[in-house]
Design a protein. Structure first.
Length: 459
């Protein structure tokens, strides 16, 4: 494993090697963009970002030739490549920005190379496959000055923006603790402890390019590519890594959290090959202006686990959402479903929770003279923003994005520390963020960084 001294030394060398910022010719005042990854979430990103009127795609990179068809239907004539390194080299100053939507293990390298060329970057969540990569991505974005955005698009959704405002405005008072959960139990391979049966690589797929910097292993049909890689430690970050940057985003944002002080996990099913099937991960963060105590616990659950329903103070018969977060405050609680409006409890304190549509219908009835004496929870909904277009606008000289790497880097580091804790169940890991060290656990310390295959090293 790479030592911390070696890693920091490489960062110092890399900082001396950054070229002058390169910009494309920006013909017709359009941002010229390439995409690394063209189907699945990559296709979603291409379609959403490509809907901006001042954007032009100039390159698509996909290691599986069969997975460019739908992107080319949407943006015909775009040049295609199998290797992002060749695409970057061939296009040179002919592109301004890169969208990276690949499996987690290949997030950092194409994003870092793009930023070092002075290109703006939109990078899928979680930002990286290791804490060390997340740290380097943040530092590189700061040094190069490019515009960045992590692909946690719900960050800009009305539901999450409204929840953040409610907490910061003190709607439930100072916050005592937070619980976040996802019902998911992985993608079908979390019980596997050995490598699956191998098979021939399909025509059109470059398995070596798909592996990238990950340890070499034989291809296994329908196991890793195109989706189930998330369950495997060498390629993904499990359920917490997959959704932590979504569900924990409003927690970080609302409470303005920094790095955790410690993290501890209890889980079942984790092994040398695949991530845990179910886990409970407790982070302890320094308190902030929004919290009631010097420290605040944030607890993550997945695999069917949830916090105690009684903590929510909801009316009898109500259930917690399938996925979401529960903020416990001095005055009450806020329940925030995943991609749905928040609610305040108890209702005898705050009143009935009405959705935006219900609020609008009630306002019309009152205007028409109807009577409605119900006490209504004081929730003013905040409009959504276009997460994708905000990045394009920023790259074209507009305002900075709100999920840039300065924000997304520390969030990703905390999430990935939780995945390390899950591989060391029952152990309380102390986190020294400035030094990037886990001083009380050598095994966990070694997991902060990765070893890469020859030719794929991150400098």
């Amino acid at each position: 494993m790479q030592t911390r001294r070696r890693f920091l030394g490489q960062m110092a060398l890399a900082s001396l090697a950054f070229p002058a910022v390169v910009r494309a010719r920006n013909l017709n005042s359009k941002l010229q963009v390439v995409s690394v990854g063209c189907d699945g979430k990559g296709l979603d990103d291409i379609q959403e970002i490509g809907s901006h009127p001042r954007l032009k795609f100039v390159g698509f990179c996909e290691v599986d030739a069969h997975r460019t068809a739908r992107a080319l239907q949407r943006f015909p004539g775009t040049p295609t490549f199998a290797d992002f390194r060749e695409m970057y080299a061939q296009l040179g100053d002919g592109f301004d920005a890169a969208v990276v939507s690949t499996p987690d293990h290949m997030h950092a390298l194409p994003a870092l190379r793009a930023m070092r060329l002075g290109k703006h970057v939109y990078l899928q969540k979680p930002l990286a496959h290791s804490v060390a990569e997340a740290r380097l991505l943040r530092l590189t974005s700061e040094r190069t000055g490019v515009r960045t955005q992590m692909g946690n698009q719900i960050h800009s959704h009305m539901a999450y923006r409204t929840a953040v405002k409610l907490i910061r405005d003190g709607a439930i008072g100072k916050v005592l603790g937070v619980h976040s959960w996802l019902s998911n139990e992985g993608n079908g391979y979390t019980k596997r402890t050995t490598l699956p049966p191998t098979g021939p690589v399909p025509a059109g797929l470059s398995w070596d390019l798909w592996l990238g910097g990950a340890p070499a292993r034989p291809y296994a049909p329908e196991v890793y590519h195109p989706f189930n890689w998330r369950d495997w430690i060498d390629f993904g970050n499990g359920t917490l890594g997959d959704f932590g940057c979504h569900l924990l985003d409003p927690v970080f944002n609302a409470l303005q959290l920094t790095a955790p002080l410690s993290v501890q996990a209890e889980c079942v099913g984790v092994n040398a090959q695949t991530w845990a099937k179910a886990e409970t991960v407790t982070f302890t963060f320094p308190g902030t202006a929004q919290t009631a105590q010097p420290t605040i616990p944030v607890t993550w659950y997945d695999g069917g686990r949830q916090p105690d329903l009684a903590l929510a103070r909801m009316p009898l018969g109500r259930k917690l959402p399938t996925n979401g977060s529960l903020f416990i405050g001095e005055k009450g609680t806020m329940v925030l479903p995943h991609v749905a409006p928040p609610s305040l409890y108890p209702e005898e304190t705050f009143g009935v929770n009405l959705s935006p549509g219900e609020q609008a219908r009630r306002a019309r009835r009152l205007t028409d003279g109807e009577k409605d004496d119900r006490k209504v929870a004081p929730i003013t909904y905040v409009d959504s923003r276009n997460h994708y277009h905000d990045w394009v606008d920023a790259a074209l000289g507009g305002p900075e994005t709100t999920a840039n790497f300065a924000y997304a880097g520390p969030l990703t580091e905390a999430v990935l520390l939780g995945t390390i804790a899950a591989r060391c169940p029952g152990e309380k890991l102390v986190w020294d963020a400035p030094a990037m060290r886990i001083p009380n656990h050598a095994t966990a310390q070694a997991m902060l960084s990765l070893q890469y295959r020859s030719g794929w090293e991150i400098q």
